[in-house]
Write a protein of this length. Structure first.
Length: 236
């Protein structure tokens, strides 16, 4: 049977391939953070979310312990999400500038948001084996999302994951390209362009390494590249 986003979603939610991550995500969901103690945490694998016909796929590192691991929706309910979704809204990809919880009315237009690893990892550091276990989910999403023209890697970890997943999804090795904010590399003839952004972590946004204006400008450059991907790749 042909693969679908719904099938990938169901498998991500049910996944228990990585015992360390399963233990951690479930412990966090039981113990909770004081400010969220009245809430029921998601505590499972977090699937991708967004427009199934999207031309842009944005890829993060992994769910935050008290963000997506709590809310069950990618980049929802933490400071990184607040920064990211405000930029998506400013660039015309999101229906509202906030991402607080499932059912808050947020919709993405022409954007699908996912991650390299689908369970919250201790200290935000998945092990190599855990990365490898999760990579097929990203590979399958890239293969199923037929309209994708660009992939935006949010951070170096996601950049490396997309390069590996794209090699398998598109059956083509991509030359190793150094990560840098605004970097762009073609994933093959007729395939999407891979773009890079610093991760919207508080460490980056609080220090000004990544600003709202920088991310909105990059998102607008990505949308403009749909008309001429070759020139966008050459000029970056």
């Amino acid at each position: 049977m042909p693969d679908t986003l719904d099938r990938v979603r169901s498998e991500v939610i049910a996944c228990r391939r990585c015992p360390r991550l399963v233990r951690y995500r479930e412990r966090v969901a039981r113990e909770k953070k004081r400010e969220f103690r009245a809430e029921t945490y998601w505590g499972q694998g977090v699937p991708g979310f967004g427009d199934p016909h999207a031309r842009l796929v944005a890829v993060g590192l992994a769910p935050a312990a008290h963000g997506s691991n709590r809310t069950g929706r990618m980049f929802t309910g933490d400071r990184s999400a607040a920064f990211l979704v405000r930029a998506f809204h400013a660039a015309g990809f999101a229906s509202q500038p906030t991402s607080l919880h499932r059912g808050d009315g947020l919709r993405y237009d022409d954007l699908f948001l996912t991650a390299a690893v689908r369970c919250a990892p201790p200290d935000n550091r998945p092990l190599p084996a855990e990365q490898a276990n999760c990579l097929p989910y990203l590979e399958r999403e890239l293969a199923v999302l037929a309209n994708v023209r660009a992939v935006l890697a949010l951070g170096g970890f996601a950049w490396d994951a997309v390069l590996r997943a794209a090699a398998r999804a598109y059956a083509r090795e991509v030359p190793k390209t150094p990560f840098a904010h605004g970097a762009c590399v073609a994933l093959g003839e007729g395939r999407p362009l891979l773009w890079a952004s610093y991760h919207p972590s508080p460490q980056n946004t609080n220090t000004g390494k990544l600003t709202h204006a920088m991310l909105v400008d990059l998102l607008r450059r990505i949308r403009a590249s749909y008309g001429s991907p070759e020139s966008a790749a050459a000029g970056s």
